[in-house]
Design a protein around this ligand. Structure first.
Ligand SMILES: *[C@@H]1O[C@H](CO)[C@@H](O)[C@H](O)[C@H]1NC(C)=O
Ligand SMILES: *[C@@H]1O[C@H](CO)[C@@H](O)[C@H](O)[C@H]1NC(C)=O
Ligand SMILES: *[C@@H]1O[C@H](CO)[C@@H](O)[C@H](O)[C@H]1NC(C)=O
Length: 405
């Protein structure tokens, strides 16, 4: 049953991954893409269906859609063991892992910490998983199709787009956690914030990669924000516009900070340790990445990532909510120290950072944490060394879109 739970979440992520893939491929004209995204959820029952798109590894992945579909159908049959080949294939195929969300799965898989509890949900499981997955896939496809035909103009569009691609994944997962019997069902708003915070961080960090996308650039930064600083989003690439570019970046980071209190609230209500870690680690990576990106011109020149060693320590040492509050406190203090009074949004940024710090302080847990961002002492524990090795190995394999390296 543990395995079924994991396969459910694998299938779920792969569904997300596939529809994201179809959306990401700028070589496919919208009039072909839109109907596919809209009907994607119908195909999850059809192991014969496939659609050719993407390039390189993505193409291979897309051609193996039937594996995802088979695993999905497996859920109904409750015979998890026959899905093991799929499981291996999925790991292999996701060689080119592209998002934080996939990273969460690696994490769970590697540490052999299944996120679902064994006993309580046997008869409940199959149908509720399938429904959750189908419902979310359908809504996600429809939402993505909408944004193929429409640019992200306003801040509301930005929130809506992030809701479709990440908020809905969160909602699906919250349903799965609930169905597993381990967790209460979190409010939709809190869950959505978890997804928005991760997705916005990705969008902010990936400016250069998205703008240089071939054959056509992808633009997720909302016009309502960037138009305050430039005539065209591409203008930020050029050195002469770097002051404006960084101001715009800071504006977007300030926008993303808004979601943190909800995220902390969501995480603080989790009960199961594995689910807690599953959720908390990407959030910590996100606040770390935002603190790093803030006021950092490098976002317009190359890739900004957290140091490998820090990443490994986050994975190994995030155990409790005290650790999460501690890390959020440290990273918000780091971000705060980078605020320049000449920045047009300086006071709003300060206000939001202070709100996050207050939330961490008022938890009363700050002095109970074991993990410190600035702690550089070396580790001898075998476990930690193994994790570091595995992470290093994984990330040298994946070349694209991994937030944490
Ligand atoms: C996995 O990555 C390696 C190195 O990037 C590559 O040689 C191999 O073909 C990839 N496998 C798949 C299935 O994409
Ligand atoms: C959820 O968010 C919506 C839109 O932001 C808001 O109108 C609604 O009151 C929120 N619901 C809760 C329970 O906070
Ligand atoms: C810098 O930004 C301004 C205003 O957006 C634009 O007119 C100009 O062309 C940009 N410079 C470059 C080199 O793109």
């Amino acid at each position: 049953m543990v395995l079924s739970g994991m396969i459910a979440s694998w299938s779920f992520y792969l569904m997300h991954f596939y529809s994201g893939l179809a959306e990401d491929d700028t070589s496919i004209p919208s009039d072909i893409k839109v109907p596919i995204l809209q009907s994607f959820y119908c195909h999850i029952y059809d192991s014969q269906w496939h659609f050719s798109c993407g390039t390189k590894e993505y193409k291979v992945l897309m051609e193996k859609f039937h594996l995802v579909s088979t695993a999905f159908l497996e859920l109904d049959r409750r015979s998890a063991s026959s899905s093991i080949p799929f499981f291996k294939d999925a790991i292999y195929l996701n060689n080119d892992s592209h998002s934080l969300l996939m990273f969460q799965l690696y994490f769970i898989l590697l540490l052999n910490k299944p996120c679902f509890d064994v006993s309580s949900y046997i008869e409940f499981m199959a149908s509720s998983y399938q429904e959750a997955i189908e419902d979310i896939t359908k809504r996600m496809g429809a939402g993505m199709a909408k944004f193929i035909c429409k640019e992200v103009e306003t801040v509301d569009d930005y929130d809506e787009y992030c809701h479709y691609v990440a908020g809905l994944v969160g909602l699906g997962l919250s349903k799965l956690f609930h169905a597993s019997g381990s967790e209460d069902l979190a409010s939709d708003n809190l869950t959505n914030s978890m997804g928005l915070f991760l997705q916005k961080t990705n969008i902010i960090r990936d400016y250069l990669e998205d703008i240089n996308e071939i054959p056509k650039s992808r633009m997720f930064w909302p016009r309502e924000i960037w138009s305050k600083y430039a005539d065209k989003l591409e203008d930020f690439k050029y050195a002469e516009n770097s002051t404006k570019a960084v101001q715009c970046l800071n504006d977007l980071v300030t926008n993303a900070l808004m979601h943190i209190e909800d995220c902390l609230h969501y995480m603080s209500s989790l009960k199961d340790v594995s689910i807690f870690q599953f959720c908390a680690i990407p959030q910590i990576m996100a606040i770390g990445t935002l603190a790093l990106c803030y006021n950092n011109m490098q976002v317009f020149r190359g890739v900004v990532k957290m140091r490998r060693g820090l990443t490994a320590r986050v994975i190994a040492q995030t155990e409790t909510m005290a650790d999460v509050y501690g890390v959020f406190f440290d990273f918000s203090s780091l971000l705060e120290s980078k605020i320049n009074d000449d920045d047009p949004n300086a006071s709003l940024t300060r206000k939001r950072v202070q709100a996050v710090k207050d939330c961490c302080i008022s938890s009363g847990l700050l002095n109970k944490r074991k993990f410190h961002v600035h702690n550089r002492k070396s580790y001898t524990s075998l476990l930690i060394m193994v994790i570091v090795l595995v992470v290093a190995m994984l990330f040298s394999l994946s070349r694209r879109k991994v937030l944490v390296d």
